[in-house]
Design a protein around this ligand. Structure first.
Ligand SMILES: [Zn+2]
Ligand SMILES: [Zn+2]
Length: 470
């Protein structure tokens, strides 16, 4: 795939010291959730915002710190399915694909399961799931009979699914390729799918359930936090595809203050990325969420990831293919602790095909600046998006054809998530004026996406909100 090859070029590696996040001082006043504050029907205070200790633990690397290692951009996908749940290929085939494409890290995130122990799969199931004999043939060609373990019962022939431990031995390479143990916690509340990926686990987390969407999200986050506390590991939890099954509203995302991450882009075609006539797109939700969190609830904004959520590895038309969404994380070293620490500081961007060489927010002069790595024949437009203080705070519920209020995210004014500036430069900059609650950048490439997950998709990159920490 030409396009992904371009993306994974060595240019992805950041040139020494080019980019520096300016937010060395964590905000203090803005981190405590207000108890039971009611704004547009939103009840907050389910859980406390991350504590000072949690923030301190993820201390940002400082400007000009002499002995610090030069940080690099590491590219990875934190949402992938295999035969261990409902994906249609062997886990090591999938891992091999990502490693070959130049990814630095990958999390296999099967539904409510870790790739541990013995799991045998009937060859009939392999064939049915993957849509033919080709899957087993490709597997045999790639790994050979010495690697592949099969057994025969009276009724069928079975193949052993490879454990993560064994895949790690073969594929992990220090500083080059890392596998992060993870799962997709797949919960549901009143038929609504509540899916959250937990990365860098020591033990499987079972879905906790909850009386409401917000309670379920919060209690799954709490379970992950307990494991992190008990094991001393950094565990990253992000909320998946909020518009899948129209399960999670912007108000839900704003209200569960323990949550810090969500998927601003998920490459599965079924996740309603663009919303519909009555429901906002994921990006619109992000702006609503961050406006509410910063302005009304005094908590940290949500950071956005792009992921594949890949299930289909044999080119299934309309399927959920690999290679559509990833994050680029700036870290000193390629290990889970460093990557997750960097993500907690917001030192990463999400991409569906646009690569950045530099990304910096200078806290002193309040300038957000990026440098785009151009691909041949492609032009780029950057939008700086934010909400200004004094925005129109009125909201109303959406109404159906009979004028009856509809469930779901309310309607908010156009002041939220306003386009503050646009640039066609490869080195776009935005000096904050001081009245912004936050600013983020979204970069959109010209031309059609080579493997779109929705009609009309263009390759994009999304940077994290800045300017809120003052
Ligand atoms: Zn899911
Ligand atoms: Zn998934």
């Amino acid at each position: 795939m030409m396009w992904t090859k371009t993306i994974s070029s060595p240019l992805l590696v950041l040139l020494a010291g080019l980019a520096v996040w300016g937010w060395s001082d964590p905000p203090t006043a803005k981190r405590v959730a207000t108890e039971k504050q009611d704004v547009s029907g939103v009840t907050v205070g389910l859980s406390p915002a991350p504590s000072d200790a949690a923030w301190e633990a993820a201390k940002p690397w400082q400007d000009g710190s002499a002995e610090s290692v030069t940080p690099k951009w590491y590219r990875g996908n934190l949402h992938t399915h295999s035969f261990w749940s409902d994906g249609d290929d062997f886990p090591e085939m999938i891992v091999r694909w990502y490693a070959d494409q130049g990814y630095h890290f990958l999390a296999l995130t099967d539904h409510n399961i870790l790739s541990r122990g013995e799991k045998w799969m009937s060859l009939d199931t392999v064939e049915k799931r993957s849509g033919g004999q080709e899957c087993m043939e490709k597997y045999q060609t790639a790994f050979g009979d010495d690697w592949i373990q099969t057994r025969e019962s009276q009724s069928d022939k079975q193949v052993l699914l490879c454990s993560l431990e064994r895949i790690r031995e073969r594929f992990e390479k220090e500083g080059e390729f890392l596998l992060i143990e993870a799962e997709e916690i797949s919960d549901s509340v009143n038929g609504k799918p509540i899916h959250m990926n937990a990365s860098n686990l020591e033990q499987l987390l079972r879905p906790t359930g909850g009386a409401s969407v917000r309670e379920a999200i919060d209690s799954n986050l709490r379970a992950a936090a307990e494991q992190a506390e008990r094991t001393g590991r950094q565990i990253l939890v992000h909320l998946n595809h909020p518009n899948f099954g129209w399960a999670v509203t912007a108000e839900d995302l704003a209200a569960v203050t323990r949550n810090r991450f969500f998927e601003v882009y998920n490459g599965h075609p079924g996740v309603n990325h663009n919303g519909d006539a009555n429901r906002p797109s994921i990006e619109r939700m992000w702006d609503i969420v961050n406006t509410l969190r910063i302005d009304k609830f005094d908590v940290l904004p949500l950071f956005g990831l792009a992921v594949d959520d890949s299930h289909n590895y044999h080119g299934k038309p309309g399927g959920s293919h690999p290679g559509r969404g990833w994050v680029c994380v700036r870290a000193d070293q390629l290990n889970a602790e460093q990557l997750i620490g960097a993500m907690q500081r917001g030192d990463f961007y999400a991409s569906s095909g646009v690569e950045l060489k530099a990304l910096q927010f200078n806290k002193q002069n309040q300038i957000l600046e990026l440098e785009i790595v151009p691909a041949a024949g492609v032009t780029y437009q950057t939008q700086f998006i934010g909400t200004r203080k004094g925005y129109d705070t009125k909201t109303q519920s959406k109404k159906d054809a009979n004028g009856k209020p509809m469930p779901g995210t309310r309607a908010y004014s156009a002041d939220i998530g306003e386009v503050l500036a646009t640039s066609d430069s490869l080195n776009p900059k935005y000096p904050l004026k001081g009245d912004e609650l936050y600013v983020r950048a979204v970069i959109t490439a010209s031309g059609d996406h080579p493997d779109p997950s929705f009609a009309g998709q263009k390759a994009q990159a999304w940077t994290q909100p800045v300017g809120w920490e003052k």
